[in-house]
Design a binder for this molecule. Structure first.
Ligand SMILES: C[S@@+](CC[C@H](N)C(=O)[O-])C[C@H]1O[C@@H](n2cnc3c(N)ncnc32)[C@H](O)[C@@H]1O
Length: 215
C-alpha cells in the first residue's frame, strides 16, 4: 500500500513506465540515486527496493516529502527527503542515476503554479519549463557514466530534450514508450491543443516516452 496525502500526484502510466526502465538499471549497494519531483516517493521506493544504497528524493511540496517519508518508513527503506527546486537542494553532490517524472503538460500560460494539484503537471505553454531546466541542471549532479531517466509526453517536445542532452555530450535513446488515452486534465485542454496544432482534430490520446541519457 502506498500512502498518499491529499493533493499528491497518484502514480500513473508515466510513473510505471519510468519505474520499468529504472528496474533495468544496475543499482548496487554503492549506487546513488536522485529522484527529482518525487511526489509520493514511489520511484525512490523502487530504487531502494532494487538495492540502491543511497536514495535522495526532492520535491517542492512539503506534503509530497511527508508522503515520501511515511512511505519509506513503512517499507523500512532509507530515503533522504529534501525540499527545493529541482537539483538546487543537492548542488555539489553527485549521483549515478537520476530519475524524474516532472510536470510536462502544456498549460494556458507560462506562470508555474506555486501550490495546488496543478503544480504536479502544469509546465508552461510548451510544457517544457521543468524539462529544460532538468536538461541543463542534471549534468552538474550526475557522475561520469551516470544515467538520466526522464518521462515526458510527445506533446512537450521529445526531440528538444534529446537535442539538449546530446549537445551536452550525452548518449540519448528512447528507452520505452506507451500510448494512453487523455485523462481529465488533457481532455479539458484538447480544444486548446487542437488550436495550437499539438494534436490532430479529434485526437484524444498521447504518447508518453522515457528518455534514457548516459553521460
Ligand atoms: C508528475 S508528479 C510526479 C510524482 C512521482 N514522481 C510520480 O512519478 O508518480 C510531479 C511532482 O513534481 C513536483 N514539482 C513541481 N515543480 C517542482 C520543482 N520545481 N522542483 C521540485 N519538484 C517539483 C510536484 O510537487 C509533483 O510532486
Amino acid at each position: 500500500m502506498l500512502v498518499r496525502l491529499p493533493g499528491i500526484y497518484p502514480p500513473q502510466e508515466d510513473t510505471w513506465l519510468l519505474a520499468g526502465t529504472l528496474a533495468g538499471e544496475n543499482l548496487g549497494s554503492h549506487s546513488r540515486v536522485l529522484d527529482i519531483c518525487t511526489g509520493t516517493g514511489v520511484l525512490s521506493l523502487c530504487a531502494a527496493a532494487a538495492g540502491a544504497g543511497h536514495v535522495t528524493a526532492v520535491d517542492m511540496s512539503r506534503r509530497a516529502l511527508a508522503t515520501t517519508w511515511i512511505n519509506a518508513l513503512l517499507r523500512r527503506h532509507s530515503v533522504r527527503v529534501m525540499r527545493g527546486n529541482l537539483t538546487e537542494p543537492v548542488r555539489g553532490q553527485l549521483f549515478d542515476v537520476i530519475v524524474s517524472n516532472p510536470p510536462y503538460v502544456p498549460a494556458l500560460d507560462d506562470v508555474l503554479p506555486t501550490r495546488g494539484v496543478e503544480r504536479a503537471w502544469d509546465a508552461g505553454v510548451d510544457g517544457r519549463m521543468l524539462l529544460d531546466r532538468i536538461c541543463l541542471q542534471a549534468p552538474a549532479v550526475l557522475a561520469q557514466s551516470g544515467v538520466l531517466l526522464i518521462a515526458q509526453s510527445v506533446l512537450s517536445g521529445v526531440e528538444k530534450t534529446q537535442a539538449m542532452l546530446e549537445e551536452q555530450g550525452f548518449s540519448v535513446e528512447i528507452a520505452d514508450r506507451v500510448e494512453i488515452p487523455f485523462g481529465r486534465v488533457l481532455s479539458a485542454r484538447a480544444a486548446l491543443f487542437e488550436d495550437r496544432g499539438l494534436i490532430d482534430t479529434g485526437q484524444r490520446t498521447e504518447e508518453i516516452v522515457v528518455i534514457r541519457a548516459v553521460k
